[in-house]
Write a protein that binds this ligand. Structure first.
Ligand code: FAD
Length: 434
């Protein structure tokens, strides 16, 4: 390719597709480069799609996007080895004309998104890996080189949408290597079941869906969470923990997932299913404090490559699409006014992001990753166990009067953790949450 482009987008995940689509619909000449065989072939997600972020890019996406189930019930579980304590929210309001959240299969969804990007006019080059950024003598990024060889491909700006383990930005010295304590390794399986079985097991009909987010002793003392999502004819189940915790632990991700699947609260939901897919992927979980430099002369970072994941709310793809869209809007605005893509001018992207939920939410939770990690034994081990014991004491009818039960519950918390420790943890959690 010897042409010059207005923009090159590295990666065809949600952030890259959002950026490429927005640029192409505004008439810019866009080249998108994806190392996978097709968009989505390398990608892993739970996966819940948050409609709002996509609606802002493709308002009519519901007409033809491959959506599985719309979520009407959210379950949040804290678990010990034999039980779970749950907070469930289910509402018929979620059976709305334009549902708010859907389960999706990323391989299909990314393919669909990519077809929309190409319809909008972007050129997509698959099975091609960007190997390095090309800079001019002043250090401004002016294009990329790929593993196809040949000369550099030039553009006014390069958007790095290469995901959490993308190496281009790191190799080019634009951002530091991702720290093992700010990234999680998640493993996921797809279990197939007839749709009637899924509907009966989860008390749903039609395209209604249920999602479960879980934490507790399932992560064997490590910082992490598990999930189970209903699709049309399959269940996605997975678990992930911080990489540095895995490095210190004897437990492998595979063993963790096997134990989660065999937990007495999970096993009946999967019984009779056929597992057809196994995947592993990293999730950036360092939050606000781990966000690298986002713009420079001739380049912008979006999506997971910029650490844009809200681990507390399990949101990533919506932050990816929003950052991709806003980066593209920034580029379009500069392009139209014929203003150079310098670091200073591209910083309008950071200002745009600061006004959105992306930065506001990540900023709000900026203390949470470090707090959970530093107190993982309590938050992912002790407290889930104490909550389960308290529930058991309270609900078991055994001739013990309720006042004695209350005292036993308080005692168990006091024995597990000193009063100062309990108050300190509560204080730190509230402060980090605010
Ligand atoms: P990616 O989706 O990783 O895409 C990056 C793309 O760049 C890939 O296609 C890759 O092949 C390509 N690429 C990389 N390097 C190069 C190169 N040098 N040259 C060419 N191409 C390159 N988010 C949610 O919103 N909801 C969920 O339920 C959810 N669940 C998750 C469950 C799991 C197990 C995991 C791992 C993540 C989950 N996430 C979830 C997070 C979500 O998947 C990510 O936030 C999202 O995929 C980020 O999109 P992205 O486009 O930035 O990166």
């Amino acid at each position: 390719i010897e042409e010059r482009f207005d923009a090159i987008v590295i990666g065809a995940g949600p952030s890259g597709n959002a950026a490429a689509y927005t640029l192409a619909t505004e008439g810019l000449k866009v080249l998108q480069i994806e190392r996978g065989e097709y968009s989505g072939s390398k990608n892993v997600q739970g996966a819940i799609l948050y409609a709002d972020a996509l609606e802002k890019i493709i308002p009519d996406f519901r007409d033809d996007a491959p959506l599985e189930r719309h979520v009407i019930e959210q379950r949040i579980w804290t678990m010990d080895d034999s039980s779970h304590t749950g907070m469930h929210y289910r509402s018929d309001d979620f059976n709305e004309d334009r549902p708010n959240r859907y389960t999706i299969l990323r391989a299909q969804f990314d393919k669909w998104f990519s077809s929309r990007v190409r319809q909008a006019g972007a050129i997509l080059l698959c099975e091609t890996t960007v190997t390095e950024l090309v800079k001019d003598l002043q250090g401004k990024v002016i294009g990329v080189r790929t593993d196809r060889g040949g000369g550099p491909i030039l553009a006014d700006v390069v958007i790095l949408a290469e995901g959490v383990n993308g190496l281009v930005g790191h190799r080019s010295g634009l951002r530091p290597e991702i720290a093992p304590d700010s990234v999680a390794l998640a493993v996921k399986e797809m279990h197939f079941l007839p749709r009637e079985t899924i509907e009966a097991r989860f008390n749903i009909t039609g395209n209604e869906g249920v999602v479960i987010e879980a934490m507790g002793t399932i992560t064997k003392g490590m910082t992490g969470t598990g999930f189970l999502y209903t699709n049309e004819e399959s269940i996605s189940i997975g678990i992930g923990c911080i990489v540095s915790d895995f490095a210190e632990s004897e437990v492998t991700p595979f063993e963790l997932l096997e134990a989660f699947k065999n937990h007495p609260s999970i096993k009946p939901l999967l019984v009779g299913s056929e597992c057809k897919e196994y995947a592993a992927h990293l999730i950036p979980e360092g939050g606000y404090k781990a966000i690298p430099q986002l713009v420079g002369d001739g380049w912008i970072v979006v999506g997971d490559a910029g650490q844009f994941v809200n681990a507390v709310h399990r949101e990533g793809s919506n932050l990816a699409m929003t950052t991709g869209r806003i980066a593209a809007e920034t580029v379009v605005s500069l392009h139209r006014r014929r203003i150079a893509m310098t670091r200073e001018n591209l910083s309008a992207y950071e200002q745009g992001l600061a006004k959105t939920f992306v930065m506001k939410d990540l900023r709000k939770y900026r203390g949470i990753p470090a707090l959970l990690h530093a107190n993982k034994a309590n938050f992912f081990g002790l407290y889930p166990q104490l909550i389960s014991q308290a529930m058991q004491t309270w609900f078991r009818v055994d001739g013990v009067d309720k006042v004695s039960k209350e005292k036993a519950i308080f005692r168990s918390f006091r024995t597990g953790r000193t009063l100062g420790g309990l108050i300190g943890d509560a204080f730190r959690l509230v402060r980090a949450w605010r």
